[in-house]
Structure formats: structure tokens, C-alpha cells
Design a binder for this molecule. Sequence first.
Ligand code: UD1
Ligand code: CA
Length: 478
Amino acid sequence: MAKTSNAGPKSSASSHSRLAIAIMAAGKGTRLKSKHPKVLHEVGGKPILAHVISTAAKVVPSKDVFVIVGHEADRVRAAVGESGVRFVVQAEQRGTGHALMVAQEALAPYDQVIVLSGDAPLITVETIQKLSAFHAAHKAAMTLLSADLNDPAGYGRVIRKTAKGADVRAIVEEKATNVQQKKIHEINSGFYAFSVPALYKHIGGLKTDNAHREYYLTDMAGVLARARQRVVAMKTPHAGEVLGSNTRTEIVDLDARLRLAKCHQLMAEGVTIFYPQTCVIDSDVEIGPDTVIEPFVQLRGKTKIGSDCGIRSYSVIQNTEIGDGVVVLPGCVMDDSRIARNATVGPYSRLRPGSDIGEEAHVGNFVETKKTRLGKGSKANHLTYLGDTEIGERVNVGAGTITCNYDGVAKHKTVIEDGVFVGSDSTLVAPIRFGRGAYIAAASCLTEDVPPDSLALGRARQTVKEGWAREKRNRSQK
Ligand code: UD1
Ligand code: CA
């Protein structure tokens, strides 16, 4: 069932009617000068279109969301296919009106359709619900969402019938405006509610007699008004929600707005973020209360951080799960990894995919890990590479330890059992296993398994030639 808002008794008809959402996303985005489709450019860490879809799918079930794709349709579908929405293909992009013509069959079973623009990601659930209820309450054929913008340039302008009433005579595209109309600050957001039967009864009235030789959906206002169908505008006080992304400058502006809003949402949930303007936090990131994020931190993708953590400056953390009470010191880079509670990482640690840092473990400066498990309370504090390695609990990995996991052809595994002490500057040639409680002498190069509780030495014996230096000096003075 459609989840429309409870906007009073007048709207009760709409909450029982069948509501669909159509998202126009077939355009190329010529003004971006990009080889990628406009709706796949990213803001807040995910494609612009993904934001619109996730909002739409909170208003109606995703099976009632229709995304109209065309330019690079396969790429667009692949990027957002997981969401469970349906797709309509507009093979040739002949304008926003044409996009809706192509969707006629898909939308025919519905009473009302909300039309969203795939390039305007800030629209909210509340505004969509209000638009739907306003449309039903006014028994309109078409309701457009409008907003007052300080700088309306580039947008279509709303021509109302009267100054006070909701009724609209027409929408005039920027290129077709006269001097008088250019001064109108009320713009067409590109979001609409339509009565589906009225839309398709009259859509044949659209013509292509305009600057782009396209079918403009905006012309439906004039077409319906002339056919004595009701066209109204609902002006949103939240003008920021309607902003689109026709240019790179607009995309960067949307990204900044989304990220700042994300920081404010996290702060409302109990996270401290110092200098939020400097932090880059993607929309899907989760953070627990009393965690403190310092300036210039980037949290990307599906990163999840527990409570009472400290994330210090200049760390870039992607798709990583961090438990409660973890401290990440400055300058760490991590991808697709896990860090268990109360561990400490950094400064300058690099956790590559598949790193799994145990409770209370320490990973220190200039340590790189990849597909490596570091057990509870184990430490690798300085200048180390651990690849394809399984390390038990309470292991000490000395400074400068290197696992030689790659022989030029294949990767091999190193296993270091509980309580092993690895002396500094050791070279561990995999595949190799160190038994529980073994002790590895510093500067060893080890190629064979070491049994539990033994000492392994893999280096030349030290020789001392007493008096050698003195004799050398004496020789050179002669
Ligand atoms: C449109 C409106 C304008 C409004 C503005 C708000 C028209 C003619 N103009 O202009 O009044 O102020 O949005 O942002 O509608 N698309 C298709 N198929 C097509 C053409 C476009 O799916 O054949 C999609 C695009 O991918 C885009 C959306 O429709 O997501 C809007 O198209 P766009 O070219 O960005 O329209 P604007 O010029 O912004
Ligand atoms: Ca646009």
C-alpha cells in the first residue's frame, strides 16, 4: 500500500489510491562534459540517482518506483539495480515529456504518479508526501513543486493565474522567457504529481516547437490548463531540496550540502565532529555516540564505527567496521577491514582489504597489513608488512618484521600461534608456521616451520676481531 502522509481528511482519497513514482534518468548530461551519465556522478559518496531512489523507496514500495533510463541504460541499471526498482527504457531521449510518454504502459495501472528528476538528490520523503497530499486535496490533474530561488537562472519559471491562488497557467523554460518572465523567482523544481488518466489523456498535446526540438514535460501545465484541467503549484519553503546537478559546480555544491547535513545528523545522534566542513563522511556511514572525529577525516562507503572511539586527523577509512573504544591515530588508510573493540591503530598504518585486527591489539606506525588476522592483545607496532598472515593472541611482532608472502607466482600463508615473540628485523618466508610460545631471534631469515616453545635463529654468527680497528688506524698513520 502507498504510504502517503496523513494530511487531513481531504487527502484520504490519495492514501487509498495507487501511487507510483517515476524518476527521469535517461538524459546524457551534456553540460557536464563527461563520458559518464549524469545520474551516475557521485555526491555524498554514491551516485546522484541512488539518493533519489532511496528517498522514493521510502514513500512507496520499490516495485512501484519506475526509473526511466536511456543514455548508457545498462550502466545505470547495473549501478542501482540492487534497489529492487523497475526500469523503463527511453531509447531515444526526446525530452522530459517524451520520457513520460514512454512510461505510459508501466504507469497505466496507477491513479497518481509523482515524477522526480534523477539529477536532483536532495528531495525529502516529507516533501514528496506533502506534494502527493496537496495534489489530491486540490483534485488537480497536475501539481508542480515550486520554490523561490535568489538566482532562478537556468530553471523554468512558474506563471500563476493569480498572485494568491494555487492555479498555474504555464511553465516557461529559461530559454523562452521574455524580459518580464526572467524576473520571476518562483521556479519549477522538475518534481510533479500527476493524475495518471489526465496525464495520458492529454500528453498527445505536447509539441516540439521549442529551442531543443524536444517534448517538454513542463508544457503539460499549459496543455492541461487549456483543456480546463486543474494545474496547481505547491511552493516548498525548503528551496535547497530542489537543486539539480546540470554542471560540475552544482554537483560539488550538492555534495557539500549532503556531507554537512550528514555531519549534523551524526552530531544530533551524539557524535562529536570537529571542523565538520573539513570532514568527508558518506551518506551510509554509521557512527556510535561519544565517538570523536577530528578535522580532515574521510569516512567512506559502508564504514561503521562504534561508540567511544577517537578518529584522529587525516585518516581515510573505507568500508571498514570498527568496534567500540577503538583509537585511530592520525594518518591511517584502511579499506574493507575490521577492527575489534579497544584496539589502537596508527599513526600511519595501512590496513588493506581483509585485515582483521583483534580486541585490544595494536597496529603501529608504518605497518601494512593485508588479508591478515591479528589476534586479541597482539602487537605489531613499527615498520612491518604482514600479508596473508594469521596471528594468534598476545603475539609480539618486532619492528621491521616482513612476511615474504609472494614468490613471484603465488601467495603463501604465514601462521604465528599464540604467545610467539618475533624479534625485530625478521624475514618470514611463507608458507611457514611458528608454534605456540616460540621465540624468534632478531634479524632471522626463517624458511622452515618452528615448533612450539623453541628458539629459532636464522642468521650468521657474530665474529669479533679484537684490536682490528686499532691496528687499521696505526697502519694508516705510517
Ligand atoms: C528541467 C525542467 C525545468 C526545471 C528543471 C529543474 C523541462 C523541459 N525543464 O530542466 O523547467 O526548472 O528541470 O531542475 O523539463 N531526462 C530524461 N529523458 C529526456 C530528457 C531528460 O529522462 O529525454 C531526464 C534527465 O536525465 C534529468 C531530468 O530528466 O534527470 C531533467 O532533465 P534536464 O535536462 O536536467 O532538465 P533541465 O534542463 O534541468
Ligand atoms: Ca536538471
